[in-house]
Design a protein around this ligand. Structure first.
Ligand SMILES: *Cc1c(COP(=O)(O)O)cnc(C)c1O
Length: 447
């Protein structure tokens, strides 16, 4: 376990004086377009704690956006990455290869859904993985159209910005976007006009009708969806939606891609969130949780699809860096040894129980959802629980601020900015988890 003491400790205002000094230096030299949720400058992190330059220790319900599932200084990650640093930092896999890359691809073949022959290619970031999944699907199908969904998030590069639904802050002023991207409805149960029970069947029928009528299924290379939508608000597509879309893709020769960059690697209590309904994607994109904090991403999928691009058509200078691969092997080892799927399920049980009790008292909580350690509350105007469900972004911002002041790091998300999301490291102690929930409970008193 981590050397960072697993105790919350608040000794200054948040952010404290040293963080404020650093923030002033930062403002003078770091581009303004790069934001920070909470400008406390980190010195150490591990387990469920982030420690700052002023000596404060914050409870971490963010994991650096679902990255440090094994903690930010997991023993096996540090050990394996350090050993690799001593041996060599880089050769470029496209110049002279190394074993770690192959081992990561072997692990991906073993852990991802389906028992078909699989291959992988490694990259540096989630956006790059999504871009490459599109390249591979286009090369395989010799088609061009890409279908994405309402509330979807796929990254910040030009192609993935176009695939992302939300304008502000991701796309505004950054166009023009790549062509041949089409957006269709998703089964957002809480906001589906005829109710959550109908959402799966109705939304999939609408999406399929749009694809047939507006694009033509025979023109579609790939359908790409997050099995639990992340930035869009931790939306679990209503039951039946993913299987219907996946079947439609298969029936029409379309590559079905699960973007598991946020939901993958034990985050939802399964290795991959699409397993929940037994969906086996043709391709799966991973990043975030894969390497315990080091930059690594992958596209994994059916061997015949992955092999469609010509030799030399995929790659990148740093893709599958040896230190990042060593870290990934350490992270995966940790997930298996500590049964982090089991830990994620336990986190869900504790969180949902406590949040349900809070919802009894506070009707700004319109919805509690998510799976494993990917849990969110959607906030609405008071008194509209069964009515208008008017998004309450101000409540989300106020709650997040109140939590930050008390030393609990939480994040917001959602198309309407009204979702408070919880992504604790899966290794967080249950005492810290409950202390964090106590802080959330108290925060409701102040809004
Ligand atoms: C974060 C994320 C991405 C982009 O990953 P980066 O590493 O930030 O490029 C893509 N898809 C999903 C679902 C994500 O959550």
């Amino acid at each position: 376990m981590s050397a960072v003491p697993q105790e919350r400790r608040i000794v200054t205002a948040i952010p404290g004086p040293k963080s404020q000094e650093l923030q002033a230096r930062r403002s003078a030299t770091v581009a303004g377009g790069v934001g920070s949720v909470l400008p406390v400058f980190t010195t150490r992190a591990g387990g469920g704690i982030v420690e700052d330059v002023d000596g404060n220790r914050l409870i971490d319900f963010g994991s650096g956006i679902a990255v440090t599932s094994v903690g930010a200084s997991a023993e096996a990650v540090v050990r394996r990455a350090s050993a690799q640093l001593q041996d060599f930092t880089h050769t470029c896999f496209m110049v002279t290869p190394y074993e770690g890359y192959v081992e990561v691809c072997e692990q991906l073949a073993e852990l991802t859904p389906g028992d078909h022959a699989k291959k992988s290619a490694l990259f540096n970031s989630g956006a790059e993985a999504v871009e490459n999944a599109v390249k591979i699907a286009r090369a395989y199908t010799k088609r061009t159209a890409v279908v994405v969904f309402d509330h979807g998030y796929h990254g910040r590069t030009n192609l993935t910005m176009g695939m992302t639904a939300k304008n502000m802050p991701y796309k505004h002023g950054f166009g023009p976007f790549a062509p041949e991207i089409y957006r269709v409805p998703v089964a957002y149960g809480y906001r589906w006009p005829t109710g959550a029970d109908n959402a799966g069947a109705e939304a999939s029928a609408q999406a399929i009708d749009m694809i047939n009528k507006q694009i033509g299924a025979e023109n579609v290379a790939a359908i790409i969806i997050e099995p639990v939508l992340g930035e869009g608000g931790f939306i679990e597509p209503a039951k039946g939606f993913l299987p219907a879309i996946s079947k439609f893709a298969t029936d029409n020769g379309i590559v079905f891609v699960a973007d598991e960059i946020q939901s993958g690697f034990c985050r939802t209590g399964q290795w991959f969130a699409c397993e929940d309904e037994g969906v086996v994607p043709d391709l799966i994109t991973t990043a975030k949780g894969i390497a315990g904090g080091l930059p690594l991403a992958a596209v994994t999928g059916r061997a015949e699809i992955m092999d469609a691009p010509h030799s030399g058509g995929l790659g990148g200078t740093y893709g599958g860096n040896p230190v990042a691969c060593a870290a990934a092997l350490g992270a995966i080892e940790t997930m298996k040894e500590l049964d982090l799927n089991g830990k994620a399920k336990r986190i869900e049980e504790v969180m949902k129980g406590r949040l349900a009790a809070m919802a009894e008292k506070h009707d700004v909580i319109g919805d509690i959802r998510g799976r494993g350690a990917m849990i969110a509350i959607e906030l609405v105007e008071s008194g509209t629980k069964d009515g208008a469900k008017t998004p309450n972004a101000a409540a989300a911002a106020a709650l997040a601020k109140a939590c930050h002041q008390e030393g609990l790091l939480v994040l917001t998300c959602g198309t309407y900015g009204n979702v408070l999301r919880f992504l604790p490291p899966l290794v967080i102690g249950e005492d810290l988890l409950n202390e964090g929930l106590d802080i959330i409970e108290s925060a409701f008193a102040g809004i």
